[in-house]
Unconditional design. Structure first.
Lengths: 412, 287
């Protein structure tokens, strides 16, 4: 039977090759047309199927679609000479396979010869395509990628740009809040921490352990679990036994949702309840059946930022559902920066990269968005659900953040 | 200790519920349905739409989707499987052919779901109410999965071993070549078994959707889990599927509680390997 599986796999692969060949033929004609410059071709490979599809479909793809729709509705991308060119999109499904995403980007660069390549979803996938993007000279606006090594990467690939910060940034901002809470006597010095044994969970927990310990916290329960885990009754039970006032879970959406449901069942409601990816999704309150007040996670938005509110309304109107409260706005801001760069310098790839790293842009994040060392740093690191909104918080509440409200109230 | 037993049984109930349909399809109709998990996902999405768009209670959805699962699977058998059964020279060839066809079916169902719902996560909250079982608080929806799997499993055992109709099904499972000599319509029996399996996939999907987050492409995860339970329990054995499902639930829970949550999968595969070494045909399998 095993042979059969691989035989089946081989057959699909053969079919895919045919499909790719067919696509390349059509793509080749696009390439010719592009040279007459009556449009700008934008290509991307994104996970439309497979385990990454859920994340990509929440944070990245809707923003690509929204941006293209908006630009084309306004007459197209503005060029330095004042003319406007419509965007034509070539999109591939990388089927959540790192091999496939590399192949697709190579195809976009060498066969489709697109003008701009937008990045895939996920830290691993962005790292996988980074060398290729650099080799072909495409500016790489890595959006949905959390990495502490961004400063090294911008040296290795000087046309790469990183928009989502690193694990240490998120963890240290959260630790600051915990320290302030402990000093105010609202929480004890024990932390129960769980993490998924996969990319995001591993990175975050690696940064969190030293950060919590340096701040004098005792990580009383520290376990990781396989990504396939769907039942958290036992894990939450054990975490509860640690008698920690702070519960931290670096998780992916399925775990985040399941943990929330199980915590409600078990009436487990520690003063600080911090979850991973998924808690900043607009559907989260519905999944948690309302009672999300006080739950913390990564990201958050400034509810008083009118630009951001307008973006969220537009996202809802054009995509048909709300944007998430963490990565979406960062991805969208990166596209706005790209759009303004093209208006200033045209489509020359090296010029685009130069302008991106040194220019000042007006984006949803603010009227003077700038990159520091090719990295976006104006990011909200910690968010909390307050009155039905996932807002950016800090212990004091300043710089577009709101004061954190702890302890978290009991489940409704 | 007792709380881990309760939690383990509740988790295992889900595994058993998912695996029973597959074991019936495989054991009686001799079709190794690789699209089984995607049928479960289809039922998950159907429940999701009925609940969120039409405000139909998932328990009522059960009454709609289980017969629908039966009818759809019956049709799939008539259209897709019947020609395979008719041309297969022996049982081995039928298994091979059915694997290839259902492998394709998997992508068809997945593609349709992707086109309809996109690749995003779907989840809703229903019956997420605490229920006290012997001092352990468990989720109502998960408990429902356990109760349903035991009830359906019990009913299937009674039907298979105490009724004439069940005897016909067992005869086809045991000796598909000789059964027609006794006037048994093997084609009809196999079709019925396949359709019952489909109805059980629908049951599993409706119940799972109440507590599990699902995506259009998550079907293969359920197929894999069900496959492990089916092979562990012995192919075609309903009691085997229940015992193996509950066993896996208990193993996962105890390992998570006393060893490390990171080793749950490793423990499951270790049990799987050891049992296959000792009993190559599974717990309840016949040599």
């Amino acid at each position: 039977m095993k042979n059969l599986f691989s035989e089946g796999g081989r057959m699909t692969r053969r079919l895919t090759t045919c499909a790719i060949a067919a696509l390349s033929i059509t793509a080749a004609t696009h390439g010719v047309a592009a040279q007459e410059r009556d449009k700008v071709t934008v290509g991307y490979a994104i996970s439309k199927s497979g385990p990454n599809a859920g994340g990509a479909d929440m944070t990245v793809t809707p923003n690509y679609e929204l941006w293209v729709k908006e630009v084309n509705a306004a007459g197209g991308l503005k060029m330095p000479d004042g003319s406007q060119l419509p965007i034509e999109v070539i999109a591939y499904d990388d089927r959540s396979s790192a091999e496939e995403v590399v192949r697709a980007v190579e195809r976009l660069a060498s066969q489709d010869k697109v003008d701009i390549i937008l990045p895939p979803w996920g830290t691993g996938f962005n790292l996988a395509v980074a060398p290729l993007m650099a080799k072909f000279g495409y500016p790489h606006l890595a959006g949905a990628a959390v990495t502490d090594k961004a400063s090294d990467f911008v040296k290795r690939w000087d046309t790469s740009f990183w928009f989502m910060g690193g694990s240490e940034d998120y963890v240290s901002a959260f630790t600051e809040i915990l320290v302030a809470e402990r000093e105010a006597g609202r929480i004890n010095d024990k932390i129960a921490m769980i993490s998924v044994a996969d990319g995001f969970g591993i990175d975050l927990v690696k940064a969190a352990r030293p950060s919590f310990e340096a701040a004098g916290f005792d990580v009383a329960y520290d376990k990781s679990f396989p990504p396939e885990t769907s039942d958290f009754a036992t894990i939450l039970n054990e975490a509860g036994n640690a008698e920690a006032d702070t519960f931290v879970a670096f998780t992916y959406p399925p775990h985040t949702f399941a943990l929330t449901k199980q915590a409600k069942i078990a009436s487990y409601s520690p003063p600080v309840f911090y979850l991973g990816v998924g808690a900043a999704f607009p559907v989260y309150p519905k999944i948690a059946d309302g009672s999300v007040e006080g739950i913390m996670s990564l990201g958050g938005v400034d509810p008083n930022n009118e630009l951001n509110n307008a973006y969220r309304a537009k996202h809802e109107e054009l995509v048909g559902r709300g944007a998430d409260y963490w990565g979406s706005v960062l991805i969208y801001a990166s596209l706005q920066m790209l759009e303004q760069t093209i208006e200033r310098v045209g489509l020359d790839k090296a010029e685009i990269a130069k302008e991106l790293s040194s220019g000042t842009f007006s984006t949803v994040l603010g009227s003077e968005t700038q990159l520091e060392d090719n990295q976006l740093r104006a990011i909200n690191w910690v968010g909390q659900w307050q009155d039905g909104k996932f807002v950016a918080v800090s212990s004091e509440g300043s710089d577009g953040t709101i004061q954190v409200k702890l302890p978290k109230p009991d489940w409704e | 200790m007792l709380e881990h037993v309760v939690n383990g049984l509740v988790l295992g109930g889900t595994y058993a519920l998912v695996a029973m349909g597959l074991t019936i399809q495989y054991g009686i109709a001799r079709i190794m349905n690789l699209g089984f998990g995607d049928m479960i996902i289809a039922a998950c999405f159907a429940t999701y739409v009925l609940f969120t768009t039409f405000a139909i209670n998932p328990l009522v959805a059960l009454l709609i989707l289980v017969p629908a699962g039966y009818v759809v699977s019956d049709l799939i058998y008539r259209i897709l499987m019947k020609p395979l059964v008719a041309r297969a020279p022996d049982e081995g060839a039928l298994e091979v052919d059915s694997i290839l066809v259902t492998f394709g079916l998997l992508f068809v169902i997945q593609g349709v779901l992707l086109a309809l719902f996109g690749g995003g996560y779907a989840s809703y909250s229903f019956l997420n109410t605490p229920v006290n079982v012997l001092g352990t608080v468990v989720a109502g929806n998960r408990l429902l999965a356990l109760v349903l799997s035991l009830a359906i499993g019990g009913a299937m055992v009674v039907i298979l071993f105490r009724t004439r109709w069940g005897m016909v099904l067992r005869a086809v499972a045991l000796a598909p070549k000789s059964a027609p000599l006794f006037g048994i319509d093997t084609d009809r029996a196999a079709r019925t078994a396949f359709a019952i399996g489909g109805a059980m996939a629908a049951t599993g999907g409706v119940v799972l959707s109440m507590f599990q987050t699902f995506t259009a492409t998550a079907g293969v995860v359920f197929t894999m889990k069900a496959l492990i339970v089916v092979i562990l329990g012995g192919k075609g054995s309903v009691p085997g599927a229940i015992v193996a499902g509950l066993l896996l639930g208990l193993v996962e829970t105890f390992v998570a509680a006393y060893v490390d949550p990171g080793l749950t999968l490793a423990a499951v595969y270790a049990v799987f390997l050891v049992l296959l070494l000792v009993r190559p045909n599974g717990l309840f399998g016949k040599a």
